[in-house]
Design a protein around this ligand. Sequence first.
Ligand SMILES: *Cc1c(COP(=O)(O)O)cnc(C)c1O
Length: 404
Amino acid sequence: METIYLDNNATTKVDPEVLEAMLPFFKEEYGNPSSMHLKGGEVAASLRQARLSLAALIGCEPHEIVYTSCGTESDNAAIWSALRTQPDKKHLVTSKVEHSAIINNAAFLRRLGYRVTEVGVDRLGRLDMEELTRSLTPDTALVTILWANNETGVLFPVEEIGALCRERGITFHTDAVQAVGKIPIDLKNLKIDMLALSGHKLHAPKGIGALYVRHGLKFAPFMIGGHQENGRRGGTENVPYIVGLGKAAELALARLPEENGRVRAMRDRLEEGLLRIPSTMVNGDREFRLPNTTNISFEYVEGESILFHLSHAGICASSGSACTSGSLEPSHVLRAMGVPFTAAHGSIRLSLAITNTEAEIDKALGIFPGVIKKLRDLSPFWKDGAPALDNALLTCDTSCQVCN
Ligand SMILES: *Cc1c(COP(=O)(O)O)cnc(C)c1O
């Protein structure tokens, strides 16, 4: 069976050109870029080229990039550097809708005695800027806020947040793992101190990430070791993957118009088509959003059941973040947005990429109505094509935090 992969926010397919660019570094180009000899020199040159390509994608200087093993490491490195370079400050500001790479760090820091403010969002998933502004104090070491939400695609106003932080001398880190490669990014013109990105979300392989560290920002390495990355991340560079990320960055920069044209149009067509199914809604701000993502609720059905049936029909989708799925609890993102539980439970995320085709969207639009109908026919809350009970009467699983 041919699969229709609509889970590109979880991970993307490695681009054939990326793989091609990497292969020599598993074969003849095996030198250590730190070596002074010929074999090291040629690899060091390729590394410099890759760094230039990635810098071009995000509009920074090549020396402002620190390679890491993944987006999660980049987030960890940013948080720990901000805390270690400002040991007197014990307050951290983040949002309620971050990726687990940030959320679970925040929880850990709380246990270590830090004060953590998690700024809320409104019904459309937009950040409460007033609450954010109010939360900033002289004790605040770091503001860490997502650029693009991985579950809904909603974009946060990082330009404004950066300006607020800079005025107050507070370090601002953004987890831009979902934003890089999907929207234009020009760090030269933004007041962002650190930015995390990950290769496998933009058609490079899993296991390579980067952290942008603004020139002049004090930085304490997360991985203490050799002089690699200007002493900011020890360990021999993952050369093939860094080269792959460089190629992926080149391709992403060239394909930004396609991402915001063809991919956006496919996402919109898919979304419009699915909204024709009754009792269906989009979660999140449809305007200020990534071009590839839609988060849709099919009320009165269980998201996990939808995914199961879709998977049988060859469609790969996801409920919220891959890191939290596997639990039947609605995602923390939809909970923070106040999505009613009848909708939160039936939500799924569809995320496209340039690898998707119009034919796949047609096929998906043909499969969805039958899947939703089949599940609603089994649902006690649905009769004869409409909800069968007043929403207020419904309660779900007792362990679910939406109802309890
Ligand atoms: C995927 C993702 C991460 C984690 O990146 P990895 O490279 O898988 O560690 C962090 N933040 C966001 C928003 C993501 O979507």
